[in-house]
Design a protein around this ligand. Sequence first.
Ligand code: GRF
Length: 200
Amino acid sequence: MMRIGVLASGRGSNLQALIKEWQEGRLAGDIVAVGSDNPQALALKRAEEAGIPHKGFPRSSYTSRQEQEQAILNWLQEQKVELLVLAGFMRVLSEEFLREFQKPVLNIHPSLLPAFPGLDAQRQALEYGVKVSGCTVHFVDEGLDSGPIILQEAVPVLPEDTEESLSNRILEVEHRLYPQAVNLVASGKVVRKGRIVEIS
Ligand code: GRF
């Protein structure tokens, strides 16, 4: 079974969806580590309740962002993480981190990339006036929400939508799509050919 690590900064509902799949025996791996840059994150509490090793890495404990990131990397390596899943992790991992870590890193983003990368993707979609949005699971590269796309699913944008109603509609899909993508990668069904991801 693949050893899965998760990094999350906040609420951790995607982490919870992965924990549920794992506890019900449907995850092609074990969640062995949950880390956060925010010691207050609900995600850490969820990990604790599930009995998963977890750790906060507050910026204030380190002299630089680089040092903070290095501490996270060291810990993930100590836990022998083989696949890293970002679930609402609000930091962009540096090129050095990715080069040193050498294992696949996944992210989920609440838009149909390459539309609306970065913060507040749902608000960006509403302000732009698109009629369809959704979510994207992708490999993480050194850019912002720019890595090769693994899975995407669309949801409608309705005339009466608020940021909250659209976010909730997307989130429901996220909770199904992310475990699915993690399973595909963890069971070796995903091949990267440059930007193109093939799924067998
Ligand atoms: C999700 O919308 C995800 O797409 C984005 O951050 C949010 C995290 O939510 N990357 P949660 O912490 O998993 O509840």
